[in-house]
Design a binder for this molecule. Structure first.
Ligand code: AHM
Ligand code: MG
Length: 336
């Protein structure tokens, strides 16, 4: 494809795209695009750190663990601080929830302002940071609720089902840097042009293939998966199934990006080590489930749709089956 900037087609940045979409809503105030502007700024700063990781002293661990007992990498910390600094002062961001922080960060008190909650995994795929494999940032946006008892705030305000998301997206720092977002009106993709620092529209209204012969799972844990998942994985290797391939990067955001474009299914089932699955509902499964459904795909925890789950804790984990609608349904048909 010719570069967007030389093809003669209109050049549309992510900021322009969001503003354009908002024009369809006469009551829109524009504060939403202001907030998304904070996210794009943060991800450009993170991408600059990722691209220069070997040169700047940002590789390796910080020597500390996060609330989930995982070792924090220096780049995890930089990404987290960057997002908080870029969003914290935007008056419409009330609460921020990060994989790296125990509790929600209260940026603004309840009131007219600060009506949005931004939930994020600042740098997904930490184990790939030091070895030059694709990693990413995932975000989800909800509105603060007015119906929670005062004493429970702000935690209760964050524990909303994924179907309440008003926007979600990710940035994958891969062979190029790509942002995908949805506000419930399709999925749109932008590529960062590093020469002038803008995300330029490269794919509008992305549709996930309805099927795809690729499954993505850490098969090393297969012996500890529930029987149904094991039966599916056995079936996928049979003649009947016909030539499935296995692709597993170990960065959810990158595995999802491929699945969105090529089709297939991503699985992270319950395991002996992680009986409720490993991935987090609020800032990993929910935003990707929203994007998947907006692109015609599906997301389930094996029993119900991811977007219908009401969380009971901030860092709740969930099993995840995510991808092309027919492939997700096929996996579910093997489960008890
Ligand atoms: P992270 O957010 O700390 O990087 O952990 C989540 C990652 C996902 O990106 C990926 O799908 C999964 O963990 C890989 O886990 P495993 O190494 O168990 O296969
Ligand atoms: Mg993650």
């Amino acid at each position: 494809m010719e570069p967007a900037t030389t093809s003669g087609k209109p050049i549309i940045t992510v900021g322009q795209h969001i503003q354009e979409a908002q024009r369809a809503y006469p009551t829109a105030t524009g504060d939403f695009s202001w907030m998304l502007g904070g996210i794009t700024l943060a991800t450009k700063i993170i991408e600059s750190n990722v691209r220069n990781a070997g040169i700047r002293d940002v590789l390796g661990g910080t020597g500390t663990s996060n609330v989930q007992g995982e070792l924090v990498q220096k780049l995890d910390q930089i990404a987290n601080d960057t997002i908080v600094r870029c969003l914290g002062y935007r008056e419409n961001v009330g609460l921020m929830v990060s994989e790296e922080d125990d509790e929600p960060i209260v940026a603004k008190d309840v009131g007219e302002k600060g009506k949005y909650i931004v939930l994020f995994d600042p740098l997904d795929g930490s184990s790939n940071i030091d070895v030059n494999v694709s990693i990413g940032t995932i975000f989800s946006i909800m509105q603060r609720r007015s119906d929670t008892p005062k004493t429970d705030k702000p935690l209760a305000e964050c524990l909303q089902p994924g179907m309440n998301q008003v926007a979600a997206g990710y940035v994958v720092y891969g062979s190029s840097t790509v942002m995908a977002y949805t506000t419930g009106n399709g999925v749109h993709m932008f590529t960062l042009d590093p020469s002038f620092g803008a995300f330029v529209l490269t794919r509008e209204n992305v549709k996930m293939p309805v099927a795809g012969k690729m499954y993505s799972v850490n098969e090393a844990y297969r012996g500890t998966f529930p029987q149904g998942y094991q039966r599916y994985l056995e079936w996928a290797k049979t003649k009947d199934a016909g030539n499935y391939s296995l692709r597993y990067i170990g960065s959810l955001v990158a595995d999802f990006h491929r699945t969105l474009l090529r089709g297939g299914v991503f699985l992270y089932p319950p395991t002996a080590k992680a009986p409720n699955g490993k991935l987090r509902l609020l800032y990993e499964a929910n935003p990707l489930a929203f994007l998947a459904e907006q692109a015609g795909g599906a997301a389930s925890d094996g029993k119900q749709s991811i977007l219908k789950k009401t969380p009971d804790s901030l860092h709740q984990r969930t099993p995840l089956i995510l991808g092309s609608i027919e492939e997700v349904e096929r996996v579910l048909s093997f489960l008890d």
